[in-house]
Design a protein around this ligand. Structure first.
Ligand code: TRP
Length: 334
């Protein structure tokens, strides 16, 4: 049996080059190198826990889909869908919630962090501003995974706890039914989780406001890269490659000869402006063909809808089977 690998992305912000280097590129490589059936979905109902504006949520959902496809995801080989197009996920979520100890949810990181923040702010009500959707986030995520008999979930470190919760809940259902009704998923943490530096040298992240969007126009890309923070060494001074944001980003986009060449230039002295220009040219060259495809897709919502609807129809075929199996094992109408 072909193993099933499943990935979910929350549509909460425009994709930046840190996401590309850290998640998209290695994710696509994993799919390419292994004979998996890969499911890829946009977790729009998870994004709803932070109650975004409707136009923003809709646009960002399309944005994630167009970005992954432009980066090389093949919608014929992989199945790409919107979470909100699969009603079975939400029916299964209710079932799972009946097997989820409330205390387990109290300990989930995202919820706990919000409670602690209320506490440190001296608020009387530690649950202030927290909706039940956020509280149940891990149950919905468990349903995303268990609904498709997923074998492997590639995740970043911060998501490991969620997979463990999904395993726990599946175990409880199986124990109750005295049978392997739900498949217990494994997680795989990307080994070389790279920290991609942002414009200010800290980890590139939306919350630090130091990101470079993956698909902005070439002019804006250059302008942003010129803002990378550097020291005030004069052009002729030899420079360190180790802590240089320019150099670290360059390594992700250039060939090994090009990287060696830039290292040489650092040693013999290069102005920061020139180094940034070299970086810009490498990134722009790498991104250009993908950007073209992205632009085509993001302006063709009909085509995107077609791809996503087709993905949802394929995904629902297996979701229905799992739901039926569950309902039958639990004594519900079948
Ligand atoms: N919680 C994940 C994140 O914030 C997104 C997500 C939702 C997900 N459901 C999932 C990831 C299921 C993997 C599997 O990144």
């Amino acid at each position: 049996m072909q193993k099933i690998v499943l990935t979910g992305i929350k549509p909460t912000g425009k994709v930046h080059i840190g996401n590309y280097i850290g998640a998209i590129r290695p994710g696509l490589k994993m799919i390419e190198e292994n004979p998996y059936q890969s499911l890829f979905f946009i977790a729009d109902y998870h994004a709803l826990t932070s109650t975004p504006e409707k136009d923003e949520l809709r646009e960002l959902t399309y944005d994630v889909a167009a970005t992954w496809i432009a980066c090389g995801l093949d919608p014929k080989k992989s199945i790409i869908y919107r979470q909100s197009d699969i009603p079975e996920i939400f029916e299964i979520m209710w079932i799972l919630s009946c097997f989820s100890p409330k205390g387990l949810m109290n300990r989930a990181h995202a919820y706990k962090a919000r409670v602690q923040s209320n506490e440190t702010q001296g608020k009387m009500d530690f649950d202030a501003g927290i909706n039940v959707g956020l509280f149940l986030y891990p149950v919905l995520m468990a349903s995303d995974i268990l609904t498709f008999d997923t074998d492997i979930v590639p995740v970043g470190e911060d998501q490991i706890q969620h997979i463990e919760i999904a395993r726990d809940i599946a175990g409880k259902v199986n124990h109750h039914c005295r049978s392997q009704i739900l498949k217990i998923p494994e997680f795989s943490v990307q080994k070389e989780t790279k920290i991609v530096p942002g414009l200010d040298g800290q980890k590139m992240s939306k919350s630090y406001d130091n990101t470079v969007p993956l698909f902005c126009d070439s002019k804006k890309l250059r302008k942003l890269l010129m803002k990378i923070k550097t020291d005030s060494l004069p052009p002729e001074a030899p420079k360190e490659t180790k802590d240089s944001v320019i150099f670290q980003l360059y390594k992700e986009f250039a060939t090994s000869e090009e990287v060696a060449d830039l290292a040489q230039k650092y040693q013999s002295g290069i102005g920061w402006g020139e180094a940034k220009q070299i970086l810009y040219e490498a990134i722009d060259k790498h991104i250009s063909p993908m950007r073209k495809e992205y632009e085509g897709l993001i302006h063709d919502k009909q085509e995107l809808d077609k791809i996503l609807n087709d993905g949802a129809a394929r995904a629902r075929e297996s979701a229905k089977i799992v739901l039926k199996r569950l309902r039958s094992a639990l004594g519900l109408a079948i």
